[in-house]
Design a protein around this ligand. Sequence first.
Ligand code: 0X9
Ligand code: ZN
Ligand code: ZN
Length: 417
Amino acid sequence: MWALLVLIGAAAASAHLQDSTFDGQKVFRVIPQNDEQVEIINSLASNIQVDFWQPDSVTLVRPKMQVDFRVEASEAFEVEDLLKQSGLEYRVLIADLQAALDAQFDSRARTAAHSYEKYNDWETIVAWTADIAAQNPDLVSRSVIGETYEGRPIYLLKVGKSSPNKKAIFIDCGFHAREWISPAFCQWFVKEAVETYGKDTATTTLLDKLDFYVLPVVNIDGYVYTWTTNRMWRKTRSKNAGSICIGTDPNRNFNAGWCTIGASKNPCDSTYCGSAPESEKETKALADFIREHLSTIKAYLTIHSYSQLLLFPYSYTYKLPSDYQELNTIARAASEQLRSLHNTKYTYGPGAETIYAAAGGSDDWAYDQGIKYSFTFELRDTGRYGFLLPESQIKPTCEETLLAVKYIANYVLNHLY
Ligand code: 0X9
Ligand code: ZN
Ligand code: ZN
């Protein structure tokens, strides 16, 4: 009976996903104080459609954890009533999602063309990758590392001055489709590289001595889907055998304690781990590339949003990595750098204890491959806009993040191993 309910809920959820309006939808924040209150959230989630923003699945909710979730306009009142009655303290984070959605596009750049201070659709990003490589042949080259489930080429930019035996840092963006600030950062990073090479000495040294592999969007099909159909989509867009539900969470799909904790075996869940490690063409392409370049890649940085966190392994276990002290020291210093610009506060630490235990992530996988400097960034904000960060925040967000990334890159350069 319970399973049936789940199925009905899932069917309804995926039907809803075709809607393009978010009028009246609300995002709530609660902090359950004990197991009883966690249970209230669980029952809420099993009775109505709840889209968990942070954490990303109801299964990850624990006492004392800040929980942000989105509900239907038609259910918002009911939910608020229930929260009131249950005595759970709550806050309305976003009172009208459609308004927040419209507020995203507040950039002053009034152009349909590519802009570093706007969210660019996939087609625009593709054209940009071609242009920036063509305009900077001595610094940027573009390659294809595979194709997505829907057949789109997965582009990778290699940024750096060519010289023999260079080590490299791998940076990817756009794992989760709705985290739009992430691809914006990858574009910003490449822009800063080409614009400041030969002018800023720190950048020049970094690009002379290291290569940066920048993967602008990993989950391209999902990203396209957030532009065309459902802004709140997270997963890939692959079909699941025996299910009407679509997609796998790419950050639960790596072979690192795969699907043992903080991930779902249900294809209808937003943290579905997939049918096997690397079952997704996108994660397989990324993992293949890294395996082929293991001797040169010395750091792995993966960019997500939101929460303002700098995480490092492990997330699939509460066990600390053997390089805990060093990684923690780097994370602290990088967070300080980041904060120095606009006073944006970051929390840092091992994933499992800092947010939640969740297996199958690319950071843990890269670390266990021997890439010691492996970090996950969760960019702005802390929930005011969540995934719908206004375009006016792209520049400050990317600027501050760049300081942290440059700090890590410099550290890696000075500690080559
Ligand atoms: O849950 C995730 O995949 C990341 N958070 S997000 O809200 N962007 O989805 C955090 C990833 C931390 N690392 C691992 N769980 N391995
Ligand atoms: Zn999330
Ligand atoms: Zn993410």
